[in-house]
Design a protein around this ligand. Structure first.
Ligand code: GDP
Length: 365
């Protein structure tokens, strides 16, 4: 399954945030094995639609879908020079599908900052530079060979060489691959390189507990937002310390605490949702008397592929998907009412599943 990796310099609040993730996962009855791999934290994907469906269908149980975060260890600085733990850092990043970069914005004189002062942009650049240098190496490994073939008028090589040159220029100017615009055709060559700086990235600005309510006027947060906007990345603001407290609560208790803090949604919930979205993931539901359940699929999946998320037999034996959108179902008030209103569609093999679809799969065994 797809995973987002948590990175950051030392002392920025990574472990505090990751502990909040594992704590939240450990409270979930649905993922009792959530802590087998200490570097992976499994969390439930918060979705208010699941509660609404539960009210409507009154199933015996309700099961949310889940999402995985990976804690990325290793030494950041000098990583691209390929020294020991630094190398490990890069190889871990290679294995994740998106990056959540925690950036220290909180001031706390008791907690040492690695570079001696809290400077979010310089922190971001420190890590990004290592990734950029590693990518430049990847590009330059391929460069001479493709250049030679392009000179011999090989058509594919000519196209690829154009891509490599664009990447080389950007990376040499210390810009990430994701900031370069490519055509759809060119993207195929970019993808084949598996670059670190073309993975989607989310900056997590970690502010102090007293700053949580006024992030609009927080200069450091604004700096991070500007930086992110330049490369088309998103930013969320959390207070890792507060998240670790919220993660110990569930249900009403959690809501009360959030109300007390004056925040609508926990930073962790925002982190989960944004990461999910960043990876191109979406949710469909199955709803029956036994269980109402949310399932994760990749946007663009056909009905049989989405059925395969439940079980490979569902994909192989797929006949059709009886589908109603969440909104139509809720507006109708029940499945039979939705049927009467003609809102339940019979979709075939070519159907592209949409976020919020409520589906009964029909299949041959
Ligand atoms: P890591 O090295 O990036 O994993 O950082 P840690 O999570 O270990 O945090 C380093 C120190 O900063 C710890 O003492 C944390 O308690 C503290 N810390 C983390 N987040 C916050 C925060 O939001 N506010 C304050 N005041 N301290 C924090």
């Amino acid at each position: 399954s797809l995973t987002a990796g948590i990175v950051g310099l030392p002392n920025v609040g990574k472990s505090t945030l990751f502990n909040a993730i594992t704590q939240a996962g450990a409270l979930s009855a649905n993922y009792p094995f959530a802590t087998i791999d200490p570097n992976v934290g499994i969390v439930e994907v918060p979705d208010h639609r699941l509660h609404k469906l539960t009210e409507l269908v009154k199933p015996q149980k309700t099961i949310p879908t889940s999402f995985e975060f990976t804690d990325i260890a290793g030494i950041v600085e000098g990583a691209s020079k390929g020294e020991g733990l630094g190398n490990q850092f890069l190889s871990h990043i290679r294995q994740v599908d998106a990056i959540c970069h925690v950036v220290r914005c909180f001031s706390d004189d008791d907690i040492t900052h690695v570079s001696g002062r809290v400077d979010p942009i310089s922190d971001i650049e420190t890590i990004n530079l290592e990734l950029i240098l590693a990518d430049l190496e990847t590009v330059m490994k391929r460069y001479p060979k493709v250049e030679k073939m392009a000179k011999q008028k090989d058509k594919d090589a000519t196209y690829e060489f154009e891509v490599l040159e664009k990447l080389k220029d950007a990376l040499e100017a210390e810009q990430p691959a994701r900031s370069v615009e490519f055509t759809k055709e060119q993207m195929k060559y970019v993808k084949s390189l598996h670059l670190l700086t073309s993975k989607p990235i989310l900056y997590v600005a970690n502010v102090g507990e007293d700053e949580l309510l006024d992030v609009e006027n927080n200069a450091k947060v604004q700096q991070v937002k500007e930086y992110a906007a330049n490369e088309g990345a998103s930013v969320i603001v959390v207070c890792a310390k507060v998240e670790s407290e919220i993660a110990e609560l569930q249900g009403e208790e959690k809501q009360e605490f959030l109300d007390e803090l004056g925040i609508e949604e926990s930073g962790l919930d925002q982190l989960i949702k944004t990461s999910y979205d960043m990876l191109g993931l979406a949710t469909y539901f199955t709803a029956g008397e036994k269980e109402v359940r949310a399932w994760t699929f990749k946007k663009g999946m056909t009905a049989p592929q989405a059925a395969g998320v439940i079980h490979s037999d569902f994909e192989r034996g797929f006949i059709r998907a009886e589908t109603v959108s969440y909104d139509d179902l809720v507006n109708a008030g029940s499945e039979s009412a939705a049927k009467d209103q003609g809102k339940v569609r019979l979709e075939g093999k070519e159907y592209l599943v949409k976020d919020g679809d409520v589906i009964h799969f029909r299949f041959n065994v």
